[in-house]
Design a protein around this ligand. Structure first.
Ligand code: SAH
Ligand code: SF4
Length: 360
């Protein structure tokens, strides 16, 4: 069974090369070609002997995603739909430096990457949840999304958010391996502080992630500050209610210095009342000065009934939070409604091909 190159650590690659009588410097050469020069095939690795290139292509394939669709241009948000070896699709979004995304710093090129095909968590407002869960992405499929968009766009990615399709913490093993490869000096060298993992609140996995040596950032998809509201829109809350989630966040905060981002989609009539802002401020205060709230006006998803509140209502929600001393931002840009795109391109494609299995 071939193991894709982008899932191997240097030690593993070396062990494999050794079985073919190769010396250690070959590992260094191959990693350089793959991660620094973005070679798309072993044929480009001109300093390797031809027979070794053939062996590697058979044992450690380098290109496993095929670009199926690309929308947008270099100075706008670009969306990439990739076809996987089993005919499934994932999407990756590249946000240029001029656009801010989920509060990501505006001077960076941010990639929004997927961790699973579909999602099992079934949040009531989300396109990825709508179609149910198909499978985890491998570490190589996670890493290759970044490599491919760097190769296609000809530019480096310097900020990564796991806010595409899927629940990254439900794929913890592959996620942590991918983070190692994305962050390490022999890999893509993306700074750990520029990697954000977003989760709907898988409390035990948050505690495990806190043990990771890399100083990555955490974002929590809160969307409701009381169990009553959260239960209504996020089924995960029945398994890990808010108190359980916040216990895990205390563990995270004990192990890290960075702020925790709370993502809060504003949905009209569901979580945008003054009492919701009061409850949110109280929750944020539990984290002391470590909490940062990102308010995101809901992006309409075809087939779902939810709507975003009026701009006035969004602003007063923000003002109420700020008046309670909470660090909060509201995404106001128009024409950059890309969040909803995470999950939607793939949904359209697979629906058209009839490969989507409806969630029960
Ligand atoms: N499963 C993870 C990461 C992927 S979702 C998580 O839930 O955190 C990335 C973010 O997009 C989450 O905060 C999610 O709640 C949000 N999101 C999903 N659907 C959305 C929509 N229609 N409008 C705005 N944000 C949405
Ligand atoms: Fe899954 Fe996140 Fe969408 Fe919820 S918001 S269904 S956890 S991808």
């Amino acid at each position: 069974m071939p193991t894709p190159l982008f899932s191997l650590t240097p030690d593993e690659l070396h062990a494999s090369l050794e079985t073919h009588g190769q010396k250690k410097y070959r590992t260094t050469q191959i990693l350089e070609w793959a991660y620094k020069k973005h070679a798309a095939s072993y044929d480009e690795m001109t300093n390797l002997p031809a027979n070794l290139r053939e062996t590697l292509a058979a044992e450690h394939p380098i290109q496993n995603l095929t670009l199926s669709q690309k929308t947008g241009s270099a100075d706008t948000t670009q969306k990439f739909l990739f076809r996987l070896h089993d005919g499934r699709y994932v999407e990756t979004v590249l946000i240029p430096a001029s656009v801010s995304f989920h509060g990501a710093r505006a001077d960076r090129r941010t990639a929004c990457i997927s961790s699973q095909v579909g999602c099992a968590y079934g949040c009531k407002f989300c396109a990825s949840g709508l179609a149910g869960f198909t499978r985890n992405l491998t570490a190589a499929e996670i890493v290759e999304q970044v490599i491919q968009i760097e190769r296609i766009s000809g530019d480096r990615v310097d900020n990564l958010v796991f806010m595409g399709m899927g629940e990254p913490l439900a794929n913890l093993k592959n996620l942590t391996r991918a983070i190692e490869i994305l962050n390490s000096h022999w890999g893509l060298e993306i700074g750990a502080r520029h990697i954000t993992v977003s989760t709907s609140g898988l409390a035990p996995q948050i505690k495990k992630l806190a043990e990771l040596p890399q100083q990555i950032r955490l974002a929590i998809s809160l969307h409701g500050a009381t169990d009553a509201v959260r239960d209504q829109i996020m089924p995960v809350n029945s398994k890990y209610p808010l108190d359980t989630l916040f216990d895990a966040l205390q563990v995270w905060a004990g192990a890290r210095k960075q702020k925790i981002t709370f993502e809060y989609i504003l949905i009209a009539g569901i979580n945008d009342r003054p009492e919701d802002a009061t409850a949110l401020a109280a929750r944020a205060r539990l984290m002391g000065n470590r909490a940062k709230v990102n308010l995101i006006p809901y992006n309409k998803v075809e087939g779902l009934q939810w709507e975003r509140p009026s701009e006035g209502r969004q602003e007063s929600f923000l003002e109420q939070l700020k008046a309670s001393g909470v660090v909060a931002t509201l995404r106001r840009e128009k024409g950059h409604d890309i969040d909803a795109a995470c999950g939607q391109l793939r949904l359209k494609q697979e629906t058209a091909e009839g490969t989507i299995v409806e969630a029960a």
